[in-house]
Write a protein that binds this ligand. Sequence first.
Ligand SMILES: *Cc1c(COP(=O)(O)O)cnc(C)c1O
Length: 404
Amino acid sequence: MATPVRDGRPPFASLAGVELGALFQALPSPCYLLDEGALRQNGEMMARLAQRTGCKLLLAQKAFSNYDLYPTLAPCLAGTEASGLYEARLGREELPGKEVHVFCGAYREDEFDRLLTYADHIVFNSPRQLARFGPRAKAAGKSLGLRINPECSTQEGHAIYDPCAPGSRLGTTRSQWDAQMTPELVSLLDGLHFHTLCEQDSDALEVTLQAVEARFGDVLPRMSWLNFGGGHHITRPGYDLPRLEGCIRHARERWGVEVYLEPGEAWALNAGYLRATVLDVLQNGETGIAILDASAACHMPDVLEMPYRPPLLGGGEPGEGPYTYRLGGPTCLAGDVIGDYSFSAPLEEGDSLLFGDMAIYTTCKNNTFNGMPLPAIWVRREDGGLEELVSFGYHDFKGRLGRR
Ligand SMILES: *Cc1c(COP(=O)(O)O)cnc(C)c1O
């Protein structure tokens, strides 16, 4: 593999000029490498958006929750978004003084009082949940919201990520609202929340906002905030920022609401890597195969769940370069395949590979299936210094399976 890194475009831009050999020598394998400089650049772009529009930006922690790097993002965000008790606590502990928002499909009686000690905004999924927990949350001084379902699908191909699909359990449709929202329940609400996008541009937001207006425009003037959810690919090169800003201004002016956005991906997009090593090279008929010490199933689960083919430094489309390989993990899962890539030279045992855009939905979503070790997590500081944040061992695998 050529050194130093020449690729000036994301996702490898933050390593431009770095000597790869030295980088690989300093890091264990496999290993996640978070990039502080790229994270700060994303954060600053988001902070400028908030400044220009007056919106408030939250970090959805389910995409990125490596809290050692929260201080890098802290000046750029209003707070965090949590999917439940633990993430709410993490946001409260690791970003003191910032807002904590939580949305959960259903809250539990045995957790709710503790949740109230961490959260500022609590968003309910259904009128029943609002009726059950809302009065207590209101009495505790919380800001209350209801997640709505504008029934407006803007994505094709990723049905698993479409909360507007027919029969969806996420969000309250207008007909559910009409059947169940008594004036008392409505009076508990401070805001509405929708989350319907996934890795999308602001044209999809614009269409969604029109659906929100068509279905819930009559109740919005009573609200003090409207949360646009996540899925806004704001920091992706080419994202249409002016259109997003138009949507934010429209909501603020039309309904007099404060606008929140809670992206996850956008904060840490192209701000991390996964370093891996070739353990074996084999051939099955026409197909060249390399087995790595990193696994799609365990270490980059969205590769199989989305599914998608992650960027690889120096790896072209299959057939583009003279040597094409199917890269797979060492697990027993036949489908533990990262993708097909081509190279300018044959792969050999011991070669290092670097996957891009690996800060999101990885460290917070990985697993030890097959007894696979969890990769260590390192950070590359803005001065180029490398630091280990955490490493894992046998007890991180065993400890989840029985008596400790
Ligand atoms: C997943 C999720 C987000 C963040 O989504 P990204 O695609 O990472 O931006 C925000 N809010 C809610 C309610 C979510 O479920």
